[in-house]
Design a protein around this ligand. Structure first.
Ligand SMILES: [Zn+2]
Length: 386
């Protein structure tokens, strides 16, 4: 035990000596170093610390600045890309505009007519004149006025305008005939009590009055082309209070007028095809027309009015005998449904009855139809306003 203590003591003594030697050594170097050099060293350490802090601050600043610059660069790149896209789109649009602007004029060779003009038939539809009817403005919201004098003027207007329109048509087609289609209700007659009270002439006198004017229209038409007069009797021209079906024409003032006029016809360029039943089928150089007054049709009341029921009736009539066109009046409405039918307007115009059944107001007119025989098509349907 004593030896260990001694060793430790000895060892401790040695270490102590060693420390003492180092300390002595250091102390010796310090002692040998100049004072200013030691101060300088102290300053250097202190300077190094602030330099490092400054370096770190600089580095942080650099990093922050670099991050900002990178973000700005990224945003600029994005904007640049968007701008390039817009520029590309603008260029495309500009190109399109230039392309549109570059559409030139392709000169089309004008085909001049070779040979003769196409042959045509013009149909002047005369119906629903109601010649002797009195229409007072106060009966129909002031929309119309009608009496024998006005009827006379309107018939004159009709003949003159129709002649002008047909002469005009002759620039395009060879009008080989005019069909004067007298389709009934040229008179109002005495079929209802108010008809008796609102007519200026009795039915026979009214029939003669209308017959003279119908002859006048035919005469005017002969000045422009040969005339074929096609007839149908209307429902107002009947001699009976109630309508007949199979014997209708045998009880018609108008049918009697037509037969009388046809038999008395002396004009070389006027021929007649008086209807014998309800329909009067007329073959115009292969273009088949079904003329009738129109009172066999239902006026309809819903959307489309007359059109749908008339198309159904035409489809049924066509099963047995197809035609190219139906022409009728009765509804006092000018309507053209291509490839199907022409419904004629009226000469008398709007009246109390039209208001009562809520019929659409139309100015008085009669229809003019042009049929081109080169194509066997209807090329024009015009209302002739009177
Ligand atoms: Zn009628």
């Amino acid at each position: 035990m004593d030896r260990k203590v001694a060793k430790r003591s000895d060892s401790g003594t040695k270490q102590g000596k060693s420390r003492t030697r180092r300390g002595a050594k250091t102390s010796s170097r310090s002692r040998n170093r100049p004072v200013d050099k030691r101060k300088k060293h102290a300053r250097t350490v202190s300077a190094d610390g602030s330099t490092l802090a400054k370096q770190i601050a600089d580095a942080v600043h650099r990093d922050t600045t670099e991050a900002k610059l990178r973000a700005e660069l990224s945003e600029l790149k994005s904007r640049y890309k968007t701008a390039l896209g817009r520029l590309d789109h603008a260029n495309t649009e500009l190109h399109k505009i230039h392309e549109i602007g570059e559409v030139g004029i392709r000169t089309l060779p004008r085909v001049k007519r070779k040979g003769k003009r196409p042959q045509a038939t013009v149909v002047l539809v005369c119906s629903d004149w109601h010649s002797e009817e009195i229409i007072r403005p106060e009966d129909c919201r002031g929309l119309n006025e009608f009496d024998l004098d006005i009827a006379d003027r309107r018939i004159n207007t009709l003949a003159s305008k129709a002649a002008m329109l047909i002469e005009h048509e002759k620039h395009l087609t060879d009008v080989r005939r005019v069909v004067v289609a007298s389709l009934g209700d040229l008179i109002t007659g005495h079929i209802h009590d108010d008809c008796i009270e609102r007519t200026q002439l009795a039915p026979l006198a009214a029939t003669r009055w209308a017959g003279e004017r119908l002859n006048g229209v035919i005469d005017t038409m002969t000045e422009v082309a040969p005339v074929l007069t096609v007839t149908s009797s209307g429902n107002h021209g009947r001699t009976t209070r109630k309508p007949r079906i199979s014997t209708e024409n045998e009880h018609s003032y108008e049918q009697n007028l037509y037969l009388t006029m046809a038999s008395a016809e002396r004009r070389k360029n006027v021929s007649w095809q008086v209807g014998v039943g309800y329909h009067n089928m007329v073959d115009l150089d292969g273009f088949l027309v079904r003329f009738h007054h129109g009172h066999a049709l239902s006026g309809g009341g819903g959307v489309g009015g007359l059109t749908a029921p008339t198309n159904r009736a035409i489809a049924k009539w066509n099963i047995a005998k197809p035609v190219d066109l139906d022409v009728f009046g009765h509804f006092h409405q000018f309507i053209h449904v291509p490839y199907r039918f022409v419904c004629n307007g009226c000469l008398c115009g709007h009246n109390a009855y039209a208001d009562r059944i809520k019929a659409e107001f139309q100015p008085p007119s009669q229809a003019l139809i042009v049929i081109d025989h080169d194509h066997q098509r209807v090329t024009k349907v015009l209302p002739v306003f009177v």
